[in-house]
Design a protein around this ligand. Structure first.
Ligand code: CP
Ligand code: NVA
Length: 300
């Protein structure tokens, strides 16, 4: 494993190894056992979109591993004024030991990996969000013990989260069901791959997707960069809300997961969110542990 550009690039074994290391790092942190695996290493964090969790968990994660993280906003970098990404990365490769980037186009992340000479980590693109799904998988295993026989349901937009959850879910052997409106389905190639390699249902029928689910996942209707479509999307997605009726169809002990930030009263009902706040914030915490595992695997 040289980079983390998308989950599809990792084998199931590599994902399991990251999750196992993440569990270990979580245990060590809880027990105040120092783990300076990345002493003296430097991570650049390029942000072309907003972030709370990704920024803070990567920065704190590098600190806890004995390394250092630099926050690089595109408002300040020359990228924001048009310097090509392939030049930027060849410069940054001379200073840093790794780069985490949050941006729009997946091809920009691929280009960093192509032109740079250090590990690149995808901190979210319009196409996928692999770091989030590693934390999600860690959380599911923490609560359910294993992935065996589980059904993972996603309700909402067939966006970056849906794409990565399909790949991660199938690679871990779960059945994945996605409920989304026609025209807002997940990536076609990802769905075709998933159908070949496991059990995937993509439907506009929320009940069919939620039925007997072990985990119900949702995300915003309008992602970063889609602000102009917000009003139109509110109409289209109105029925794609994780509420009590949807949860009544899932297994009684089903988890509710959300990558956050959440819009209560849109993709998730406040009561459902609060009833499942424990696992949702465990999931947010697990960003830290899962990403520290990725950093150790790539930068050590
Ligand atoms: N879930 C997630 O990636 O959160 P941020 O946008 O706050 O980083
Ligand atoms: N789909 C959301 C995820 C945020 C973590 C977005 O891209 O804005």
């Amino acid at each position: 494993m040289k980079h983390l550009l998308k989950l599809a690039d990792l084998s199931s074994e590599e994902i399991f190894a990251i999750l196992n290391l993440a569990d270990q790092l979580k245990y060590e942190r809880k027990n105040h056992i120092e783990h300076h695996h990345l002493k003296g290493k430097k991570l650049g964090m390029i942000f072309q979109k907003s972030s709370t969790r990704t920024r803070v968990s990567f920065e704190v994660g590098m600190y806890e591993l004995g390394g250092y993280a630099l926050f690089l906003s595109d408002r300040d970098l020359q990228i924001g004024r048009g310097e090509p990404i392939k030049d930027t990365v060849r410069v940054l490769s001379r200073y840093l030991d790794g780069i985490m980037i949050r941006t729009f186009a997946q091809k920009d992340v691929e280009e960093l990996a192509q032109y740079g000479s250090i590990p690149i980590i995808n901190g979210l693109t319009d196409y996928c969000h692999p770091c989030q799904v590693l934390a999600d998988l860690m959380t599911i295993r923490e609560y359910k013990g294993s992935f065996k026989g589980l059904k993972l349901c996603f309700v909402g937009d067939g966006n970056n989260m849906a794409n990565s959850l399909i790949v991660g879910g199938i690679k871990m052997g779960m059945e994945v069901a996605v409920a989304c409106p026609e025209g807002y389905r997940p990536d076609k190639d990802i769905c075709a791959w998933a159908e070949k390699n496991g059990k995937l249902l993509v439907t506009s029928d929320i009940a069919a997707a939620a039925k007997d689910a072990d985990a119900v996942y949702t995300d915003v209707w309008a992602s970063m960069g889609q602000e102009a479509e917000k009003t139109e999307r509110e109409k289209i997605f109105r029925n794609y809300c994780v509420n009590k009726d949807v949860m009544a169809l899932a297994k009684p002990d089903a988890l509710v997961l959300h990558c956050l930030p959440a819009h209560r009263g849109e993709e998730i009902e406040d009561e459902v969110f609060e009833a499942h706040a424990q696992e949702i914030f465990d999931e947010a915490e697990n960003r830290l542990h899962a990403q520290k595992a990725v950093l150790v695997k790539l930068l050590k």
